[in-house]
Design a binder for this molecule. Structure first.
Ligand code: ATP
Length: 235
């Protein structure tokens, strides 16, 4: 199984470094989380993994291959898929069309149909609403479309950026259950979140980012009982 390993990553924008010597391991088959407050550098870490904000120092090893300097499309083709925050869907396209876009690298339409069927098994609601314009779906349903689109690429690693952002508690719960089910299918997950309690409840291992540095790491149980983490994230 595939493995992502970030080693000594330093990077940022213009003259300012936002991440400083960040090292994380995303174990194959597990859910690894990155917790951190606004501005901690979580999005920058994701951008770096996807080749959008390349490392200035350090390396990002994916199955032993250094991704530093690779183009985003090549990184995605290598099996890493990202679900952006804010459940971005194409509002004027149908649910089915949104999903099909996630498999844009696949030219065989039979394969696309098979993948669609698998996504509909995970999200029966999307099957019912396949022809509906995505922009007219509820917030929670759009979140399903966004996750489903990420799954259509059949990634080895799914990077999920703040899935709970802006969702009602009921949908947050549903979304986290879906992430657990996706992981149970054998997909490695890197989950980036501010919602520590629910994130740690489904994660195996986690890191806490603060001002661009890893301030704590450990198993989900260790982080949940770490006094500094509790003080900062559990109020
Ligand atoms: P949030 O949860 O609020 O999205 P975050 O943990 O994802 O926060 P980042 O978005 O990585 O944090 O931002 C970290 C720092 O980098 C912030 O100080 C931010 O202002 C800065 N930053 C982010 N993007 C850019 C950019 N394109 N140009 C300049 N500075 C940026």
């Amino acid at each position: 199984m595939s493995n992502l390993s970030v080693k000594g990553l330093t990077t940022g924008y213009d003259k300012v470094n936002v991440l400083h010597d960040v090292s994380i391991e995303v174990a194959p088959g597990k859910i690894t989380c990155i917790l951190g407050a606004n501005g901690a550098g979580k999005s920058t870490l994701i951008r770096s993994i996807l080749g959008l904000t390349p490392p200035r120092q350090g390396e990002i090893l994916w199955n032993g291959r250094n991704l530093a300097g690779e183009k985003t499309h090549a990184i995605i083709a290598s099996g890493i898929s990202c679900i952006p925050e804010g459940r971005k869907v194409f509002p004027r396209m149908s649910v089915a069309e949104n999903l099909a876009l996630g498999a844009f690298l696949v030219t065989n339409s039979a394969v696309v149909r098979e993948r669609l069927a698998r996504v509909y098994e995970i999200f029966p609601r999307l099957k019912e609403r396949a022809a509906q314009l995505a922009g007219t779906m509820s917030g929670g349903e759009q979140a399903m479309v966004s996750i489903g689109r990420g799954l259509m690429a059949e990634p080895q690693l799914l990077v999920i950026d703040e899935p709970s952002l802006g969702l009602s508690p009921l949908y947050v719960k549903e979304n986290f259950n879906v992430i657990r089910r996706i992981n149970a299918l054998g997909i490695t997950v890197l989950l980036v979140e501010q919602n520590a309690r629910q994130t740690l409840a489904i994660s195996h291992y986690g890191y806490v980012l603060s001002q661009g540095r890893v301030m704590a790491e450990g198993t989900a149980e260790e982080l949940a009982s770490n006094d500094d983490v509790r003080a900062a994230y559990f109020g």
